[in-house]
Design a protein around this ligand. Structure first.
Ligand code: DLL
Length: 435
């Protein structure tokens, strides 16, 4: 099979894209039914045969696949190609339950890296750029994905991996890195450190490609201002390939989904019903070009909205809104749905840095939520009564946003641990899901 990357699909007509999706969907369903007993059983149980699937219009007939399926089929149960055809694995961090392992043939790696190359190109990168990759390398897809994309573009790639901030900044300044790839929380930390050391005019960065975790528009503006760059969002998940499933263009108004490789749907997370364009719900992906580990109607748990309106950049692919959280990260506090991103928006609007922690506890059957947030250096020199006033102001802004009371504790600068990868913002001490 050839290389799946074809830039023409980025601006193909909607009709051509849909025709390609239909054709590849039919082939994928046939292939998994023949080669993957796990899928055959699932489809048989749902009463669907490959001959029922004629194109996109029949997608809704197929059963969903969940992370639990992936865990049940661990490690080899969902492979559609023999092991000898595979050249790579990657894995999710597996903080809850068994790890999930994804397999790649060489064509799968090429397709994925090409998606990342598109993301880099959309952020303005060319072969003349110096791309500093400080996502982690290893089982995590962040480092290898952007690294591969940078190679495909022909940029000079700095394979830094995560951590060692001193070394990151030294290479960034010495080698004149122009594009930075890392999590937004690490970008914020790097920005903070660069400003503290007075190195802002020693850096040559022009763009950043930040993803792997939720971040707000406010955080984007903060990083853009501190580093003097344009900050682009990039989305992806290990199961579907890794970073580059969707990426932002220069318009920065939603992430273009690489629809020539992935079909996106939005469903109601409770009922599984497919929702019309523009409605908020859980994102579901079907891969149509993957060889080793094709996934059909995979429920991502990410909550977002799709937008089919044409984009001013000329790309015709559907755009997804920044994920507003995950259906499983959503906190239910006192019966109210709380997304960490709502809290972040309030904090950043009031001039706080994106260094915060949300602690949820339950005593006597009553939930309590506390937001610990770092003050900036200037705020730290305020008097006790000024600090108390600030806390009060935050409490009422949070109440206005969430509709519930949140305790607020302002803490000293640098007292909350920094993250080099994905930040852990929420500590839920209620143990609601134990046993
Ligand atoms: O985080 C892949 C990735 C690496 C994406 C580098 C972007 C950049 P996983 O570790 O499998 O893969 O985690 C996937 O992370 O379902 C989302 O909940 C979250 N996520 C990824 N990108 C974004 C983003 C990588 N831009 C899970 N905004 C996904 C919000 C994101 N959440």
């Amino acid at each position: 099979m050839g290389n799946y990357f074809d830039p023409k699909w980025e601006c193909a007509s909607r009709e051509d894209l849909r025709a390609r999706q239909s054709e590849l969907l039919v082939q994928t369903v046939e292939r998994v039914y023949q080669n993957v007993p796990y899928y055959r059983k699932k489809m048989d149980e749902a009463g669907v045969k490959p001959e029922h699937i004629h194109g996109l219009e029949d997608l809704h007939l197929l059963p969903f696949l969940t992370k639990d399926d992936l865990r049940e089929a661990y490690p080899y149960g969902l492979m559609a190609r023999p092991l000898e055809d595979c050249v790579r694995i990657h894995s999710t961090s597996g903080t809850t339950g068994r790890r999930v392992v994804a397999f790649y043939t060489q064509n799968d790696v090429d397709m994925w890296e090409n998606c990342c190359a598109r993301a880099l190109a959309a952020a303005g990168a060319t072969k003349s750029d110096v791309v500093q990759v400080c996502y982690g390398y290893g089982l995590f897809t962040g480092g290898p994905g952007l690294h591969g994309g940078s190679h495909k573009l022909g940029s000079l790639t700095l394979p830094m991996s995560s951590g060692n901030t001193d070394r990151q900044i030294q290479f960034m300044t010495d080698l004149g890195a122009t594009v930075l790839c890392c999590t937004p929380s690490y970008a914020a930390y790097l920005a903070e450190t660069i400003l503290e050391r007075g190195l802002r005019n020693k850096i040559k960065l022009k763009a950043g490609i930040f993803g792997a975790e939720a971040w707000t528009e406010e955080m984007r503006h903060d990083i853009e201002e501190k580093l003097g760059i344009k900050a682009y969002d990039i989305y992806g998940l290990t199961e579907i390939s890794g970073p580059g499933v969707a990426y932002e263009c220069s318009e920065q108004k939603g992430m273009h989904i690489n629809e020539d490789n992935f079909i996106a749907e939005i469903i109601d997370p409770r009922t599984g019903e497919v929702l019309p364009d523009g409605e908020k719900g859980e994102l579901v992906f079907t891969s149509i070009t993957k060889e080793a580990f094709p996934l059909i109607r995979y429920r991502t748990k990410d909550i977002t909205i799709l937008n089919h309106e044409p984009c001013a950049c000329g790309r015709t692919s559907v755009r997804m809104r920044k994920p507003m959280g995950r259906s499983d990260d959503m906190l239910i506090v006192k019966g109210v749905n709380v997304f960490p991103s709502q809290i972040e928006t309030v904090l950043m609007n009031q001039g706080y840095p994106a260094n915060y922690e949300i602690v949820v506890t339950r005593e006597n059957n009553s939930d309590a939520i506390e937001v610990k947030v770092e003050m900036t250096q200037e705020m730290f020199s305020d008097s006790i009564s000024e600090v108390a006033g600030r806390e009060k102001k935050l409490v009422s802004a949070l109440k206005a946003m969430l509709g519930i009371y949140c305790k607020v504790r302002l803490v000293a600068p640098k007292s909350i641990e920094r993250s080099e990868g994905k930040a852990k913002r929420v500590i839920d001490k209620r143990n609601l899901y134990k046993g």
